[in-house]
Design a protein around this ligand. Structure first.
Ligand code: C5P
Length: 235
């Protein structure tokens, strides 16, 4: 397999509050969130090519994050779009055009800096077995409730067979690029993840075991907890 990595980091991060800028550039430990994410991919031997999708307004922030990350591998920068879906498509197109040898892609949220190599290996193993779409996910542990507009519970949703989707979602590059192009041309839905686009396009999506530590930093508290996690010496 020749695996390209597309890290999306073009969001504005509104849910973390505007103060301090987009969450992917907040500092945790010794470096911005995105620097940690890129370092982990650069350190994984399976990474053949690294693409970062960033926002036009964040060029200076990204330059700084890249410098601090001190990774040896070149990082291809592409500007993203108004939605996550548009940003991923920009990254996939760049990968296809600039790196013709790449056969597979892992698409990852820049705001998930805590994945480990074992997770990447599980995704790569499924790709090597011929799966065209691979989704790391964890079985839902909480009891799930549906709430109504009055903040009353309207139903309890059985959690058996339910999974929380993570990234990197991993694909045959031609298959996911075709699915993304078709979804963009259709325009009917805004997909929040790439496995959703693969499903929509009729690809079978293989579930592999995710990692409870592979959290998505969404609100300010997540950033603070991530910073503490990096400050605590490993036992
Ligand atoms: O908004 P959400 O939390 O789903 O964002 C997940 C990831 O997608 C983040 O890393 C964010 O930077 C990225 N994103 C993007 N372009 C957008 C919106 C989100 O690259 N327009």
């Amino acid at each position: 397999l020749q695996i390209g990595i597309v890290v999306v980091a073009a969001g504005r991060g509104e849910r973390a509050g505007q103060e301090g800028g987009p969450k992917q550039y907040r500092r945790i430990g010794d470096a911005p969130v995105i620097s940690h994410t890129l370092r982990r991919f650069a350190a994984w031997p399976g990474t053949a090519c690294l693409v970062a999708v960033t926002h036009l307004d964040d060029d200076a922030l990204f330059d700084h994050a890249l410098e601090i990350s001190r990774i040896a591998m070149p990082v291809m920068r592409v500007h993203g779009g108004a939605t996550r879906q548009a940003s991923v498509l920009a990254g996939l197109r760049a990968l296809r055009q600039q790196a013709p040898d790449i056969t597979h892609v892992m698409i990852h949220d820049g705001v998930r800096p805590f994945f480990d190599a074992a997770l990447l290996e599980r995704c790569a193993a499924a790709l090597a077995q011929g799966d065209k779409a691979v989704l790391p996910a964890v079985a839902v542990a909480d009891t799930l409730k549906r709430g109504d507009a009055q903040a009353l519970v309207s139903a309890t949703v059985p959690r058996a067979g339910l999974f929380a989707a993570q990234t990197p979602q991993s694909f045959d590059l031609d298959a996911i690029l075709a699915a993304h192009e078709a979804a963009a041309a259709d325009g009917g839905q805004d997909f929040t993840d790439d496995a959703g686009i693969a499903e929509w396009a009729g690809l079978a999506v293989r579930l592999v075991e995710g990692d409870a530590g592979n959290v998505k930093l969404t609100v300010k508290k997540d950033i603070d907890m991530a910073d503490q996690r990096l400050a605590t010496p490993a036992i």
